[in-house]
Design a protein. Structure first.
Length: 199
């Protein structure tokens, strides 16, 4: 189901389900994260649902909590993103301990106002992550979110961009990410169906 106009990057709260028909396969990305084949197979068969809550913390930063569940007996995961560029450490679950940094992203200019878009690590953002988005947001309110994740023990990094795209004539929430482990890289676009504020 398409996202309604009142559902924006500033108000993602609600229930979302991964649309497998419109998304790229996750198998290679999960392999690079060290997920065993049997679990990857179960993920490919499961229905995956995210329940998002979004609020401001005491410092005025946006906090997004993603509680993910899956059918087929797979364990759930909960991740918290503080959208202020600071680093948080989250651990456990199937992905292990991760260092996560999250910030707002303009597609046309960097946080310092320059035209050269860089990620949180200070490197140029891969052009693929910046393609195919709807132009949402304003000069004072960015329309996208940029996430950078490092798992030092497993040796992989992931960079993500969140936003909305028009897919098959409908406005849908999308997460595009690139995962890198050594010389190997996987590019994945995940498309979500909007199920509503409460489900």
């Amino acid at each position: 189901m398409a996202a309604s106009s009142d559902v924006t990057i500033n108000n993602l709260q609600g229930t979302w389900r991964i649309n497998k028909a419109l998304s790229d396969g996750l198998d290679v990305a999960l392999e690079l994260r060290g997920i065993p084949w049997l679990i990857r197979k179960a993920v490919s068969l499961a229905t995956i649902t995210d329940r998002l809550s979004q609020r401001k913390d005491e410092n005025g930063a946006t906090v997004i909590q993603v509680a993910q569940t899956a059918t087929g007996g797979l364990p759930g995961e909960t991740e918290v993103y503080i959208v202020d560029g600071s680093e948080t450490t989250q651990g456990g679950g199937k992905f292990g301990v991760q260092k996560i940094r999250t910030r707002w992203l303009h597609l046309t200019k960097d946080v310092d106002g320059s035209e050269r878009l860089t990620n949180i690590a200070g490197n140029p953002i891969d052009p693929w992550l910046l393609e195919g988005w709807l132009s949402e947001g304003t000069a004072s309110s960015p329309g996208h979110i940029n996430v950078f994740v490092v798992n030092e023990k497993a040796g992989w990094t992931t960079e993500q961009v969140w936003g909305f795209s028009e897919i098959e004539g409908a406005r849908r929430r999308v997460t595009k990410f690139i995962i890198t482990k050594g010389p190997r890289t996987a590019r994945v676009s995940v498309v979500y169906d909007w199920l509503g504020r409460r489900e």
